[in-house]
Design a protein around this ligand. Structure first.
Ligand code: ZN
Length: 80
């Protein structure tokens, strides 16, 4: 199972519904990605759209900016 995020992309169409991050119900949300389970023997591929409210979308944007500014796992670089 994996999570694909595309915060601030062109597909961020506003809607009303629950936020997957703060789990508040019926808020103004935008699509920010999908939760994906790949298919395989005995089960089919599932894609569940993820929606986040404006506050949480801002947090995701900051997380991405922080990750681009510094390595997510700085110890991984030390080994090479
Ligand atoms: Zn939220």
């Amino acid at each position: 199972m994996s999570v694909h995020l595309r915060v601030g992309g062109p597909l961020s169409i506003p809607a009303m519904g629950p936020c997957f991050m703060c789990q508040r119900e019926y808020r103004a949300v935008v699509a920010v990605g999908e939760l994906i389970r790949n298919g395989g023997p005995g089960h089919e591929r599932i894609e569940i759209p993820l929606y986040a409210c404006g506050t949480c979308e801002g947090q995701l944007t900051l997380m991405i900016a922080d990750a681009l500014r510094s390595p997510v796992r700085p110890y991984a670089r030390a080994r090479s």
